[in-house]
Write a new protein. Structure first.
Length: 64
């Protein structure tokens, strides 16, 4: 029979280690940054073709 050596007590989770609050300037800035990155990445779509060089495709992946 398996007996775990350690136990874990689940507690209410919080994102406070990442952002101070739901309406913090830091969270707002993170969303704005993400939106900008998504827009930039969406702009790559037109060049995604079978003829795209492997090296160019790898550059795109590295930008991710």
């Amino acid at each position: 029979m398996f007996t775990p050596e350690k136990t874990f007590t689940q507690t209410r989770w919080s994102l406070s280690d990442l952002f101070p609050s739901i309406d913090s300037p830091e969270l707002d800035a993170a969303f704005k940054s993400l939106a900008e990155k998504v827009t930039t990445f969406e702009g790559i779509r037109p060049i995604l073709k079978d003829s795209l060089e492997t090296s160019e495709f790898m550059k795109i992946l590295h930008q991710l």
